[in-house]
Design a protein around this ligand. Structure first.
Ligand code: DGI
Ligand code: FE
Ligand code: FE
Ligand code: FE
Length: 188
């Protein structure tokens, strides 16, 4: 599938409003990172375009797809914000015959991260986090790190997110801790 076919499919589900505009910014940011770090641009395009494919689904529909996808059963006990990545990966594989495991994993783990992320997974995670309209405390530092070192930028983004979730007394999904632990142990 090429970039324009993917964009057309995603537009059917997201429309052309803010969520689609976010997707286009993630796409451009991810391509910049792909050029810088030598990632396959076609893979990056597909993962970026589909990463939020399921973002506008109702909570009931997301839950239905999680069951159908035989997803990690712990997910239903965590924030529903964590469900759209796994559902998007499932649907992208089922409905649009995208078979590339790395692309599907980049979509699957774009919100939580996980241990042993591939370069493509890190690029999509970070592009989603630093796209130009994002404004979190510490974002500029993460943007600067992302120009130099994906692992250091990942540690920054993950620690910001964990700190943010702590201030809200939110539960933190284990994969997010595992992503952080894995990278700091490797010296990110
Ligand atoms: O879909 P987007 O809005 O583009 O961004 P996203 O898929 O990265 O969603 C991130 C939101 O998920 C962010 O506001 C924090 C929230 N969240 C809730 N629980 C967790 C979590 N994020 C992580 N990484 N881990 C959690 O356990
Ligand atoms: Fe998302
Ligand atoms: Fe298959
Ligand atoms: Fe996103």
């Amino acid at each position: 599938m090429n970039r324009n076919q993917a964009l057309e499919i995603v537009q059917r589900s997201l429309g052309t409003g803010p969520r689609y505009q976010h997707t286009l910014r993630v796409l451009e940011t991810a391509i910049t990172l792909a050029d810088r770090f030598g990632e396959d641009v076609n893979k990056v395009e597909l993962a970026a375009i589909f990463h939020d494919y399921a973002k506008l689904m109702s909570i009931d529909d997301l839950k239905k797809w999680l069951l159908k996808a035989k997803e990690d059963s712990r997910l239903v006990d965590y924030h529903s914000e964590l469900w759209h990545g796994p559902v998007a990966a499932y649907l992208t594989h089922q409905e649009f015959a995208i078979e590339d495991r790395d692309v599907l994993n980049a979509i699957r783990y774009h919100t939580t991260g996980r241990a042993n992320m591939s370069r493509l997974e890190k690029i999509i995670f970070l592009a989603d986090y630093i796209e130009p309209q994002r404004d979190f405390p510490g974002i500029d530092e993460t943007r600067e790190l992302a120009c130099k070192n994906l692992d250091e930028a990942m540690v920054k983004a993950l620690s910001n997110t964990i700190a943010f979730l702590l201030t809200k007394k939110s539960a933190i999904y284990p994969d997010t801790f595992e992503a952080y632990n894995d990278l700091v142990k490797k010296g990110g």
